[in-house]
Design a protein around this ligand. Structure first.
Ligand code: NDP
Length: 248
């Protein structure tokens, strides 16, 4: 069997790096998507560091806010490496603000990056999956997309939208060998979390029943399971990884 191809958007970020590495270990040919505001050297350095650590990972540029850039990225991967069998929509940003102060730009940028990009990227990739009767789509949502959070109307709306998107698409491709699931991490110890002031971090920690942040590798392990043959009958599901934080 040919090596399956996995595209991880935001694949050079905190959680993305762990997912890219884990899928490489599992034997997939991994392409890590990056943006870096067009700073290609930074992504190339990341790639070199992965190689030195024993992980051969391809990289591909896209500004996911831009549908044309998404399409160009995918068509380039398709032509140079092959059609994508596994799509992990992992890229995401926050632009927090109380609703009263939130600008339309903050709303739109987060919706475009976190949700519309999922539509754009998936729409082209899923065509190839259906044609080849195999596909795994994993959408990385958030605990805050399930329960909301002060200052995150934009982020929580986009992340909640991923659930409706995934469940609906799961219906449409269920008979085509394609599964669509979400993973909702709680607080994961990436740079984003570790760089917030200690006082704020301690407040967050106090909310977590297990009393610790999650590890990016723990999210990657869940991705590895959901893309495996063992998870072939799981679709339209959400897997929460949040140390016991209550979600509805
Ligand atoms: P990072 O900031 O480390 O990673 C985010 C990734 O998104 C980066 O690789 C970034 O690429 C990419 N990205 C941002 N904007 C764009 C764009 N316009 N086009 C293409 N790529 C873009 O964060 P995390 O690793 O922590 O987060 C990964 C995912 O997990 C996100 O969706 C986040 O919402 C979600 N999540 C994270 C949690 C946490 O505690 N860390 C908790 C719950 C969910 P680049 O750097 O190249 O610009």
């Amino acid at each position: 069997m040919n090596q399956r191809v996995a595209l991880v958007t935001g694949g050079t970020g905190g959680i993305g790096t762990a997912i890219s590495r884990r899928l490489t270990q599992e034997g997939y040919r991994v392409v890590a998507g990056y943006f870096n505001r067009g700073n290609h050297e930074k992504a190339q350095l990341w790639q070199l560091q992965q190689r030195e650590a024993g992980f051969l990972i391809d990289i591909s540029y896209a500004d996911l806010k831009d549908p044309e850039s998404c399409l160009a990225c995918y068509l380039n991967i398709r032509e140079t490496i092959g059609p994508v069998d596994i799509l992990v929509n992992n890229a995401g940003i926050t632009q927090d603000s109380s609703f009263k102060k939130m600008t339309f730009d903050q709303w739109q940028t987060v919706m475009d990056t976190n949700l519309t990009s999922v539509f754009t990227m998936t729409q082209r990739v899923v065509q190839d999956m259906v044609e080849r009767s195999f596909g795994r789509i994993i959408n990385i949502s958030s605990v805050n997309g399930l329960r909301g959070r002060f200052g995150q109307t934009n982020y929580a709306a986009a992340k909640a939208g991923m659930h409706g998107f995934s469940k609906s698409l799961a219906f449409e491709v269920a008979r085509k060998g394609v599964t669509v699931n979400t993973i909702s991490p709680g607080y994961i110890a990436t740079d984003m979390i570790m760089s917030v002031p200690e006082e704020v971090r301690n407040k967050i920690l106090a909310e977590i029943p297990m009393g610790r942040f999650g590890e990016a590798e723990e999210v990657a392990a869940a991705v590895a399971f959901l893309v495996s043959n063992d998870a072939a009958y799981i679709t339209g599901a959400n897997l929460s990884i949040n140390g016991g934080q209550h979600t509805y």
